[in-house]
Design a protein around this ligand. Structure first.
Ligand SMILES: Nc1ncnc2c1ncn2[C@@H]1O[C@H](COP(=O)(O)OP(=O)(O)OP(=O)(O)O)[C@@H](O)[C@H]1O
Ligand SMILES: Cc1ncc(CO)c(N)n1
Length: 281
């Protein structure tokens, strides 16, 4: 008999399969952890954009979380698109009730095409109820700006933003660099409440196949935490995972296509670890 770590994703469904719940399940599977899910909203979406959003009721989210909490021993969880203040409150309440730890909060706000995946009035709930429960929060640059109310345009402002986010109660934060301005580099900045910080840098890959990068990255962090990695180790693997998923393009759909979730494991199996991730201070 064998078992594997159990991980939960609380997120929206992406019918196009590249982001949301679908990206999370694929990433968990690739990294060898067992995926459970609580769906917060169903989106009608493809690589060209979001056509419609059908949020779940608070009760529907609660009963999914209760079903999981009563039966599974979770080793980590991840949140993605939560959409409304009431779904955020329900999520936070269940995390506390079941004593779930190793919580990765991806503060999803806006899809690549511009659709709002979080209601404006839910931002306060996210800050108040969920960030204090987070082991790692993974905003991209625009999300970090919304969470802290600062403009990020250089090294110093990125650090200030990270400090603001930790002041909201999170244990650590990684501000992702996908939206950064350096044409050659994608650099993520990690800061822990102890004051420890690290940069995770890679070559910026010139591709339009970027749908779901944020979900995939956060799911990989949760999977690695579930396996017992530290936050730093988990972020390192997540950066390798997304780098290979972007590099080995699939070209599915006519718009911003999904990343290749199978690439990381396939590269490892071929003994070909070409990620070039640099970790520095
Ligand atoms: N072109 C790229 N080349 C290399 N790495 C990238 C590129 N774009 C994003 N990344 C990496 O992908 C991860 C996700 O970052 P990003 O800032 O794109 O998240 P996001 O905006 O939340 O994604 P999404 O659009 O799915 O919400 C980070 O580790 C980032 O460094
Ligand atoms: C369901 C869902 N979650 C997150 C994102 C952000 O990539 C998306 N496009 N769709």
């Amino acid at each position: 008999m064998s078992t594997i770590p159990q991980v939960l994703t609380i997120a929206g469904s992406d019918s196009g399969g590249g982001a949301g719940i679908q990206a999370d399940i694929k990433t968990f599977q690739e990294l060898g952890v067992y995926a459970t899910t609580a769906i917060t909203a169903v989106t009608a979406q493809n690589t060209r954009g979001v056509d419609a959003i059908y949020p779940m009721t608070r009760e529907a989210v609660r009963s999914q979380l209760q079903a999981i909490g009563c039966d599974f021993q979770l080793n980590a969880l991840k949140t993605g698109m939560l959409f409304s203040a009431e779904i955020i409150e329900e999520t936070a309440r269940n995390i506390i009730e079941f004593g779930w730890t190793k919580v990765v909060v991806d503060p999803v706000m806006i899809a690549k095409g511009g659709a709002a995946l979080l209601q404006q009035e839910a931002i306060e709930a996210l800050k108040q109820h969920l960030l204090p429960l987070a082991t790692v929060v993974t905003p991209n640059i625009p999300e970090a700006e919304v969470l802290c109310g600062l403009v990020i345009n250089d090294e110093a402002s990125r650090r200030k933003a990270a400090e603001h986010i930790l002041a909201l109660g999170a244990e650590s934060v990684v501000i992702k660099g996908g939206h950064g301005t350096d044409p050659n580099k994608a650099e993520d900045f990690y800061l822990h409440r102890s004051g420890e910080f690290l940069f995770f840098g890679s070559a910026r890959i010139d591709t339009s196949q970027t749908h779901g990068t944020g979900c995939t990255f956060a799911a990989a962090v949760a999977a690695e935490l579930a396996k017992g990695a530290t936050a730093k180790e988990a972020i390192y693997v997540a950066k390798q995972f997304i780098q290979s998923a972007l590099k080995d393009e699939l070209h599915i759909g006519a718009g911003h296509g999904p990343t290749n979730h199978a690439a990381y494991k396939a590269r490892l199996q071929r003994g070909e670890e070409v990620y070039g991730i640099e970790v520095y201070q």
